[in-house]
Design a protein around this ligand. Structure first.
Ligand code: FES
Length: 108
């Protein structure tokens, strides 16, 4: 409890340190990476949605605003697709999200 957890982001291969209670997107931004977003992490656009490749058991509970946005954007509430702007972790997790890149480089 209280330990920093590692989230691996594919296909980039980025390894992020995510503090307890911190979202995956916030950790990526703090580390200098851009995560696709339209709503600026307010859980309303669905753009940050990411696929959980492993470690679902370490993913934090889905808040109501995340559930609402996933449902509205026709994403199944199966726990395998999560909004990175709401996803917290309590252990190692691997997620897949295209478009994550270093914030100071152009997306290719
Ligand atoms: S950034 Fe818009 S829903 Fe997460």
């Amino acid at each position: 409890m209280g330990a920093t957890n590692i989230v691996t982001v594919l296909p980039l291969g980025l390894q992020l340190q995510v503090d307890p209670g911190q979202t995956v997107m916030a950790a990526a931004r703090q580390a200098g990476f851009f995560w696709p977003t339209v709503c600026d992490a307010s859980a309303s656009c669905g753009t940050c949605v990411s696929i959980i490749e492993s470690g679902t058991e370490h993913c934090g509970p889905m808040p109501a605003d995340e559930q609402e946005t996933l449902a509205r954007t026709m994403v199944p509430l199966d726990g395998l697709r999560r909004l990175a702007c709401r996803l917290t972790v309590s252990g190692p997790v691997t997620v897949k999200k295209r478009g994550v890149h270093q914030a100071d480089t152009e997306s290719t």
